[in-house]
Design a protein around this ligand. Structure first.
Ligand SMILES: [Fe+2]
Ligand SMILES: [Fe+2]
Length: 249
């Protein structure tokens, strides 16, 4: 008994899709079944078409978002590839945490645009070879809320704008721009935050050389549960320590 789907090759060469439903008739000895066969080729074709459209759309969204991310990074060549690497790492952390594939994909997109608000920061601040002054840093900090303003009207199926807004928040409330803490911060933003810190510390910045991945992971280890979400940190550390994850090239 049960439901079965199968395809049969038609004499003319194309496939015909069948669905059958077999049910045992109660109290029959020997057991007798009743069955219904249905040709589901039309449904099957429609389903295939929907899947094809949505995978095309998915590719288009990823392509568009990647282009925007390159555009922002053109103004700040030191950080070229930063957003893509953050997106890749964030998605891997989510996978390690057992989050579903849809959340992982959303994090890839969120990573690609989390610093989009830097488009409104003067590029000489972004590429300044010396430490920033307090007032310059205040201007750089506006990228989080600017990012939110830019993204909030795009109807993504993930909280992309909110993640851009929150990616510099810290769980003890010491972050910016709103000083959110604990549960006020989205899990996705906590993941992007950890990926962002690791990527930033491990690669070069205009005002300093890369501190390297070991220093970056030390920062995460020391501040897990203080600045960064414990579960997110544990997943990130496992990824590097046990699975040999490397930041994308
Ligand atoms: Fe940022
Ligand atoms: Fe960033």
């Amino acid at each position: 008994g049960g439901d079965h789907y199968y395809r049969v090759k038609h004499a003319r060469g194309h496939y015909v899709y069948f669905h059958d439903e077999l049910r045992l008739i109660p109290n029959t000895n020997p057991p007798r079944f009743i069955g219904i066969w249905r040709d589901v080729s039309t449904e099957e074709k429609a389903l295939e078409q929907v899947q094809e459209y949505s995978s095309k759309l998915e590719k288009m969204v990823l392509g568009t978002v990647t282009a925007i991310s390159h555009m922002v990074e053109l103004r700040d060549p030191y950080t070229a590839g930063h957003e893509a690497r953050v997106g890749d790492l964030a998605a891997e952390i989510a996978r390690k945490m057992g989050l579903d594939i849809d959340t992982q994909y959303g994090l890839r997109i969120a990573g690609l645009v989390h610093d989009i608000g830097k488009i409104s920061v003067p590029s000489e601040y972004l590429t300044k070879p010396t430490r920033l002054t307090v007032s310059e840093f205040e201007i750089i900090k506006t990228h989080a809320s600017n990012g939110y303003s830019i993204l909030k009207n795009i109807d993504f199926p993930w909280p992309i704008a909110e993640v851009a807004y929150q990616h510099h928040e810290r769980i003890n409330g010491s972050g910016y721009p709103r000083g959110l803490s604990g549960d006020e911060i989205l899990l996705e933003a906590k993941i992007i935050a950890v990926a962002d810190v690791i990527e930033s510390m491990a690669t070069n910045r205009p005002y300093r050389h890369a501190q390297g991945i070991d220093k970056a992971l030390d920062e995460i280890r020391r501040n897990q549960g203080i600045l960064y979400d414990t579960q997110v940190c544990e997943a990130a550390l496992k990824l590097f320590d046990q699975q040999g994850y490397q930041l994308a090239g």
